[in-house]
Design a protein around this ligand. Sequence first.
Ligand code: EPU
Length: 338
Amino acid sequence: MKFIQQQPLQQLNTFGIATTAANYVKVTSLSDVQTIVTDRYWLSEGIKVIGGGSNILLTQPLDGLLVHNQLKGINVVAEDEQFVYLKAAAGEQWHDVVMYAVANNWGGIENLSLIPGCVGASPMQNIGAYGIEIKDVFHALEAIAIGSGEMITFSQQDCQFAYRESVFKRALKGQYVIVSVTYQLRKQPIFNTSYGAIEQELARAGITNLTVKAISDAVIRIRTSKLPNPSAIGNAGSFFKNPTISASSFAQLQATYPEIVGYHLPQGDVKLAAGWLIEKAGFKGWRSGDVGCHSKQALVLVNYGNASGSDVWALATNIIDKVQAMFGVSLEPEVNIW
Ligand code: EPU
């Protein structure tokens, strides 16, 4: 393993923030991971793990050791009449796993096409889009404990999935390196096209014969049309979570803003479209220097070139304050702030 000091990070985070890691190493095998996470020196310095760097905002140079997960491999590990169990190493690109499933006509993750980032992050934040979340197809994951180096298998229940949440962002934060994830995919796909944007795109393209590939293609067209491509404009997808409020608070807001966008949840609460709140607060398309709020999706903050992490965070707090003042709603970042 090659340890690098003062590693530039601009190419390693999709926000394109130019900062450095005091120490950096790529890991390509389980034994690499085990060696590092049991090393007393690195344990005392502090260890952070990065995959695709697509869900972090770097607000300062990183001290300690940054471990770049580059574990590779996609394999079918089991199958039965209904399902295939597809195991992917944590350093694989998520979209490559989706394309592997699409090529084989296995259903379950086609709605999650083109999400940036690596496999390891998919359960960490329970990635989701267009009516599907990872928890819907999750079978198990393997993770190595930081400190002991022990490999542990986590079940669906162990992961405590919730909207953009898992145990790895909460009680077990910073305690494990996820090394592989196994997804349960359907040999006879069951399609989920209930999300408005998918229905509209399928109708627009005149698609009546639903296939895994047709849905994946539709999702790719939708995402390409409104989300900025991180290799062209720095961003980390949705910067905030969609907030949940009570039905009575929603009714009060509706009285003032009849067109407010919210979805009634089965438990009775209402999930608001944060993008709508941010747009209404006047930020959509806003730009100052190299930091801005995307012109087609206000939930996405962007770096047009040389914005610093603090510049982006300053805009984020400005948005949080305005939305709180206007609607009495607290926005919470979806992106991890480092
Ligand atoms: N909206 C606006 N203005 C905006 C953006 C959105 O009014 O600038 C309203 C529109 O009415 C729209 C509604 O918000 O109908 C929902 O918008 P959209 O379908 O774009 O979804 P979202 O709730 O803004 C979430 C996820 C996305 C995911 C999409 C599609 C979160 C935080 N974000 O966004 O995930 O792709 O749904 O399912 O839940 C990500 O996590 O990085 C991400 C991109």
